[in-house]
Write a protein that binds this ligand. Structure first.
Ligand SMILES: Nc1ncnc2c1ncn2[C@@H]1O[C@H](COP(=O)(O)OP(=O)(O)O)[C@@H](O)[C@H]1O
Ligand SMILES: [Mg+2]
Length: 234
């Protein structure tokens, strides 16, 4: 379960304090699929970053599976993040000096997996990139880089997967493949999925759609999903 309670985030911009998130309270049960939508600048990425413990809220609390992460030290947070959270960025964020295999191996190595390279190879095979293990990010297309990023995010079989506009830099056909891959791994691993998207067609394939406006939850609705993306397009 992910829970936030009265989460507020204020940052200084141009000498002024700006309230980016304002009293955000929500609960996301295990294994739920959630779309977060809303205008650009409404605070979606900020919220996702707070849930991942990449940043701390100005006030309020955030729990991941009963642990209040707003009180954790940096080391404990890093450990929890490694074990519990997969994160997928719009712009892939692979390490450019490492091969696809090495990029996927890293979280496994950090988690102490003694067969990290073999497991990373299996994961790349599973995302259809068995023939690209020795390629560097610059040698891969955008869709291929995002599939490596998906393999990396799921490597430690995290209970929580956060994806910030994972298809934002991809053409629609490639984006669909990446979503289908994320959904397949979500079902396989049983992870909770929180996905920020601008794509209304994609949003309604999730079980729940939360709309953020000006840093506040403007609406929070269950869909009659989960749906298959291909069903909603046909
Ligand atoms: N580090 C920061 N310092 C100041 N303002 C920021 C910072 N990060 C984000 N913002 C501002 O916070 C608002 C919300 O940003 P963000 O969460 O990235 O929105 P979204 O992902 O919904 O587009 C925006 O107005 C953005 O300019
Ligand atoms: Mg954003």
């Amino acid at each position: 379960m992910i829970a936030t309670q009265h989460v507020t985030m204020q940052l200084e911009a141009g000498g002024e304090m700006v309230r980016i998130l304002d009293d955000v309270t929500l609960e996301i049960p295990d294994k739920q699929t959630v779309a977060i939508v809303g205008p650009s600048g409404s605070g979606k990425s900020t919220l996702l970053g707070l849930i991942a413990g990449l940043d701390r809220p100005t006030s309020g609390r955030i729990w991941l599976n009963g642990v209040d992460i707003t009180t954790l030290g940096e080391k404990a947070m890093a450990r929890l993040r490694l074990a519990s959270i997969g994160y997928i960025f719009q712009s892939f964020h692979l390490i450019p000096t490492l091969t696809a295999l090495e990029n996927v191996s890293i979280p496994l190595e950090l988690a102490g997996d003694t067969r990290s390279r073999e497991r990373a190879g299996d994961l790349l095979e599973a995302v259809g990139l068995g023939h690209r293990v020795s390629h560097y990010p610059v040698q891969l297309s955008g869709g291929e880089q995002q599939r490596v990023a998906v393999a990396r995010a799921f490597a430690c079989r995290p209970p929580i997967l956060l994806a910030d506009e994972p298809t934002g830099n991809l053409d629609s056909a490639t984006g669909r493949q990446v979503i289908e891959l994320i959904m397949a791994l979500h079902r396989d691993v049983g992870t909770t999925l929180v996905l920020v998207t601008h794509d209304p067609q994609l949003a309604v394939t999730m079980e729940r759609v939360i709309t953020i406006r000006d840093g506040r939850i403007a609406s929070d609705q269950l869909t009659d999903g989960p749906h298959n993306l291909s069903d909603s397009l046909s």
